[in-house]
Design a protein around this ligand. Structure first.
Ligand SMILES: Nc1nc2c(ncn2[C@@H]2O[C@H](COP(=O)(O)OP(=O)(O)OP(=O)(O)O)[C@@H](O)[C@H]2O)c(=O)[nH]1
Ligand SMILES: [Zn+2]
Length: 339
C-alpha cells in the first residue's frame, strides 16, 4: 500500500519535472519563433558543429570562427561534425534552425549498450598501429571490419617507422598484404621532421578520426598536427575541472598550416576506442572485403564457412585467392563473438 503510494508520488514528481522541462522548451521556442518573425535573427547561413554541450552548440561559421548557438526545441540529436543552418542573434550568439543530411555517421554504444551517433560527416578512419607495441594481425582486421560497417573509408597508419628494421621486417610484408587488398597505407614517425608528410597529404581536404590501441602514438601524432596544443589541452582540462562530461564528447579541430586549411580532425577518448565495439556475424563477413566476390556462391545457402562441402570461401583459400591468415583471422573474430 505505502509502496504504491510512494511510487505514485514519484510518478507525479517525474511528470511534473517533465512538464516543466517541456514548458520551458516550448517558451524558448515561442521566444525564438517571435524573434525569428520579428527579424531579430539574421539570414540563414551554413555552419558546422565543432562541439556540443547539451543543447548548446559551438558552430563554426563560414569565416571559420566559433559561434555559440542553441538549438530550436524541435531539433534533437546533433553531433560534432553535423552541417547545420543557423541564424545570428544578438551579442554574437545564434540559433540552429536545421540540420543537413549526414554523409556518414560514427556510432558508439552508450551506457545502456545502445548505439548512439557521436560524430558525423567523417571521410576517413585512420587506424593507427605501430612497430612497438606490435599489432596482432587480428586486431587490424577487427578495426577494418568495424570501419567497413560504418561506410567510412579506413586508412592504415603505421607509426614509429624509426623503429622498423632496414628490410621492413614482418610488418612490411603485412602492410603489403593490406595494400594489395586496396587499403591506403601511410607510414609515419614522430622522430623526424618529414615523418608526418605522407600523413598530412592523406589528411588534406578531408575530415578524419584517429583510432587505435593504447601506446601506438595517437596523441603524439595529433599534437604535431595541431601545434596549437596548449589551447587544446587547456580547453580539455578546464572542462574536466568543472566536472562536466565535455572531455568525452567529440570536438572538431581544423588544421591550419601557412594560413591554409588543410584538413579536419574529430577527436575524443570515446572515438579513439572505436573498433572494439560489438559486431554481428554479418558485419564480420561483410567486413572482409576480398570475400565479397565469393559470398552467395557456397553450395548451401546457410553456409557458415566452416567445414561445409562446396564452400566458396574455403575454395578461395585453397586456390590462394583469399590469404589463409586473413581467413584464420576471420574465424578468430567470429569465435570471439560466440564467447
Ligand atoms: N620511437 C618512436 N616513439 C614514438 C613515436 N610516436 C610516439 N612515440 C612514443 O610512443 C609512446 C606512446 O605514444 P602516445 O602518443 O601516448 O600513444 P597513444 O596512442 O596516444 O596512447 P594512449 O593515450 O594510451 O591511447 C610515447 O612514449 C611516445 O613518445 C614514433 O614515431 N617513434
Ligand atoms: Zn561457405
Amino acid at each position: 500500500m505505502s509502496k504504491r503510494k510512494l511510487s505514485r508520488q514519484q510518478q507525479w514528481r517525474v511528470d511534473k519535472v517533465q512538464a516543466e522541462r517541456a514548458s520551458r522548451a516550448e517558451k524558448r521556442d515561442v521566444r525564438d519563433a517571435e524573434k525569428l518573425a520579428a527579424g531579430e535573427y539574421g539570414a540563414e547561413q551554413p555552419g558546422r558543429v565543432m562541439a556540443h554541450f547539451g543543447r548548446t552548440l559551438e558552430v563554426r561559421n563560414a569565416e571559420g570562427a566559433p559561434v555559440r548557438c542553441h538549438l530550436r526545441a524541435n531539433l534533437e540529436g546533433m553531433v560534432t561534425g553535423d552541417r547545420v543552418i543557423w541564424r545570428a542573434g544578438q551579442e554574437g550568439s545564434g540559433v540552429v534552425v536545421a540540420r543537413e543530411e549526414r554523409d556518414t555517421v560514427l556510432k558508439r554504444p552508450d551506457a545502456r549498450g545502445q548505439l548512439k551517433p557521436v560524430a558525423a560527416n567523417i571521410d576517413q578512419i585512420l587506424i593507427v598501429f605501430a612497430v612497438e607495441p606490435a599489432p596482432h594481425p587480428n586486431l587490424i582486421d577487427r578495426y577494418l571490419v568495424a570501419a567497413e560497417a560504418t561506410d567510412i573509408a579506413p586508412v592504415l597508419v603505421l607509426n614509429k617507422t624509426d623503429l622498423l628494421p632496414e628490410d621492413g621486417g614482418e610488418l612490411g610484408k603485412l602492410l603489403e598484404r593490406y595494400r594489395a587488398l586496396g587499403y591506403p597505407v601511410v607510414r609515419t614517425t614522430t622522430a623526424d621532421e618529414a615523418g608526418l608528410d605522407a600523413l598530412r597529404a592523406q589528411l588534406e581536404g578531408r575530415t578524419s578520426v584517429f583510432v587505435g590501441q593504447s601506446g601506438v602514438g595517437k596523441s603524439s601524432l595529433i599534437d604535431l598536427l595541431l601545434p596549437d596544443e596548449s589551447l587544446r589541452i587547456g580547453a580539455l582540462s578546464e572542462d574536466s575541472r568543472k566536472g562536466t562530461h565535455t572531455t568525452t564528447t567529440a570536438r572538431l579541430y581544423t588544421m591550419n598550416r601557412d594560413e591554409v586549411t588543410d584538413g579536419e580532425l574529430i577527436d575524443s577518448p570515446g572515438i579513439r576506442e572505436f573498433g572494439l565495439i560489438h559486431l554481428t556475424e554479418q558485419d564480420v563477413t561483410d567486413g572482409f572485403i576480398e570475400f565479397r566476390p565469393f559470398l552467395g556462391h557456397c553450395r548451401f545457402r546457410d553456409c557458415r564457412h566452416r567445414e561445409e562441402p562446396g564452400c566458396a570461401l574455403l575454395e578461395a583459400v585453397e586456390t590462394g585467392k583469399i590469404h589463409p591468415e586473413r581467413f584464420a583471422s576471420y574465424r578468430r573474430i567470429l569465435d570471439s563473438l560466440d564467447a
